[in-house]
Ligand binder design. Structure first.
Ligand SMILES: Nc1ncnc2c1ncn2[C@@H]1O[C@H](COP(=O)(O)OP(=O)(O)O)[C@@H](O)[C@H]1O
Ligand SMILES: N[C@@H](CCC(=O)OP(=O)(O)O)C(=O)O
Length: 374
C-alpha cells in the first residue's frame, strides 16, 4: 500500500498490453477497449507524463483477419499472421491517438537491436527523440524477421527491456486477470490477489507457475521475470487487469489496483551499478581541468569540448575510461562516438560536430545517464 505513491509520481511509463485484451480473446481488435486506453493514456500525456506503448496482438489479430482458428505450427505462418495483424494494430492505434491530435510511431525491435551496443544507443536516441516530440512510440517485436535464436519471446520481456532502455520510472502490464494471484485464478477459484512485493521475492515464482492463456505467450512467469528485469534499472512494475474500469487513470490516482512489484534500489543507483559492472574499457579520453571539475561535481554530461585526447579503438556505445591530465581515472561511461570520430571532435564545441563529421548523433561525448564517477 505504502508504495503506491510511486505510480502517482512517475514521469515516464512503459505500458504493455497483451494479446487477449487487445483482440477481445482472439475475436478481432477490440476497438472500444483500445479507444478507452487511448483516452486514459492521452490524459497522462497531457499531464506531461511520457508514455511508451508496447502492444502485442499482431499474431492474434493476423489469425483473426485470416480466419485461422488455431495458432499455426509453422514459424513462417506465424510470421505471416504477424505481418497481417501488425497492419491492423498500428492503424487502429494511430486512428485512436489522432482523435486526440497526437502522433504515434511504429517501432519494431528484435533482440539484436538491444544487445548490439550501437543499435541499442540508436534505438534509445530514437525513442527519446519521439518522446521529446510528444509522439507516442508503439513498440512490438519484429515478428516477421525474428527466429528463435533472436527473439525476445514475449512482450513482457520486451516491455521490461524498453523500460530499461528509456529509463522509465515504471512498467505497467495490462493483462486479462486483475493482477498476480497466489495461484492461477483460472484453475483455483479461491486464489487471492497479491498486492505488493519486492520483484526479487523468490516466492513469486511458485505463484506464477501456471501457464499462459490461449493467446498469450508467457503467462505470469514472464511478467514476474519482466518485473525483475525492470527492477535492474530501478523501475517498478504493476501487473493489472486491463478490463478494469478506468484502470490507468485510477492507478495514477494512487488506487491500489493489481500487483505492484518493487525494485530494491532507486533508478539512478541501479543504473550506476549496472554501468560500474562493465569492467572492460575499450579506450581512454583525457579531459581538461574544466571537464574533470564539472564531472566530479556530478550530474553533468561530458561534452567533446572538454576532451583533450583520445586513445584506443572503440565503437559508439562501448565503455571508455575518462582520465585527468595526469592519467588518473575520474569516470567511466558509454561513449556516443566511434574512436576516430571522437578524435575528430575532441576539443570542439558541440555545435561544430555536424561541420566536422557531416552529422550529429549526440551533442554529448558521454551522456550523464551513461557516466559513473570513480
Ligand atoms: N498466479 C497467477 N495469477 C494470475 N494469472 C495467472 C497466474 N498463473 C498463471 N496465470 C495465467 O496467466 C494468464 C495471463 O498471461 P498471458 O496469457 O500471457 O496474458 P497476456 O496476453 O496479457 O500477456 C492469465 O490468463 C492466467 O490464466
Ligand atoms: N509480438 C507478439 C507478442 C506475443 C506476446 O508476447 O503476447 P502476449 O503474451 O499477449 O503479450 C504479437 O504481437 O503477437
Amino acid at each position: 500500500m505504502a508504495e503506491r505513491g510511486r505510480v502517482q509520481r512517475a514521469r515516464r511509463l512503459v505500458v504493455k498490453i497483451g494479446s487477449a485484451l487487445l483482440t477481445d480473446d482472439g475475436r478481432g481488435l477490440d476497438v472500444t477497449a483500445l479507444a478507452g486506453w487511448v483516452d486514459q493514456l492521452t490524459a497522462l500525456i497531457r499531464d506531461d507524463i511520457e508514455v511508451v506503448l508496447v502492444s502485442s496482438g499482431s499474431v492474434a489479430e493476423g489469425m483473426s483477419r485470416l480466419g485461422w482458428r488455431e495458432r499455426p505450427q509453422h514459424l513462417h505462418e506465424l510470421q505471416a499472421a504477424a505481418a497481417v495483424g501488425q497492419m491492423g494494430l498500428v492503424q487502429t492505434w494511430e486512428a485512436q491517438f489522432k482523435r486526440h491530435g497526437l502522433h504515434s510511431a511504429q517501432i519494431l525491435l528484435t533482440h539484436d537491436d538491444l544487445s548490439d551496443r550501437k543499435r541499442y544507443l540508436n534505438a534509445r536516441s530514437t525513442l527519446r527523440t519521439l518522446l521529446d516530440l510528444g509522439v507516442i512510440p508503439i513498440v512490438n517485436e519484429n515478428d516477421t524477421v525474428v527466429t528463435d535464436e533472436i527473439r525476445f519471446g514475449d512482450n513482457d520481456t520486451l516491455g521490461a527491456l524498453v523500460a530499461n532502455l528509456v529509463e522509465a520510472d515504471g512498467l505497467v502490464i495490462l493483462t486479462d486477470q486483475d493482477g498476480l494471484f497466489d495461484r492461477d485464478p483460472r484453475k483455483h477459484a479461491d486464489a487471492t490477489l497479491v498486492d505488493e512485493r519486492l520483484a526479487s521475492d523468490a516466492g513469486l515464482d511458485a505463484m506464477a507457475a501456471g501457464g499462459a492463456g490461449m493467446l498469450g505467450r508467457g503467462g505470469m512467469q514472464t511478467k514476474v521475470r519482466a518485473a525483475r528485469l525492470a527492477a535492474r534499472s530501478g523501475a517498478f512494475t504493476v501487473i493489472v487487469g486491463g478490463r478494469l474500469e478506468q484502470v490507468i487513470t485510477r492507478l495514477r490516482a494512487g488506487e491500489s489496483l493489481g500487483t505492484l512489484l518493487l525494485p530494491e534500489q532507486g533508478r539512478i543507483a541501479a543504473r550506476k551499478q549496472w554501468l560500474a559492472s562493465h569492467l572492460k574499457t575499450r579506450g581512454q579520453l583525457v579531459l581538461d581541468d574544466g571537464a574533470v571539475r564539472v564531472l566530479c561535481q556530478g550530474g553533468r554530461s561530458l561534452l567533446p569540448v572538454g576532451v583533450r585526447s583520445v586513445t584506443g579503438q572503440f565503437r559508439r556505445g562501448e565503455m571508455v575510461s575518462c582520465a585527468d591530465e595526469f592519467g588518473r581515472e575520474v569516470a567511466r561511461g558509454l561513449v556516443n562516438y566511434d574512436a576516430d570520430e571522437a578524435r575528430a571532435i575532441a576539443g570542439r564545441s558541440s555545435d561544430r560536430i555536424a561541420e566536422v563529421l557531416g552529422y550529429v548523433s549526440d551533442e554529448e561525448m558521454i551522456h550523464r545517464d551513461n557516466l559513473v564517477i570513480v
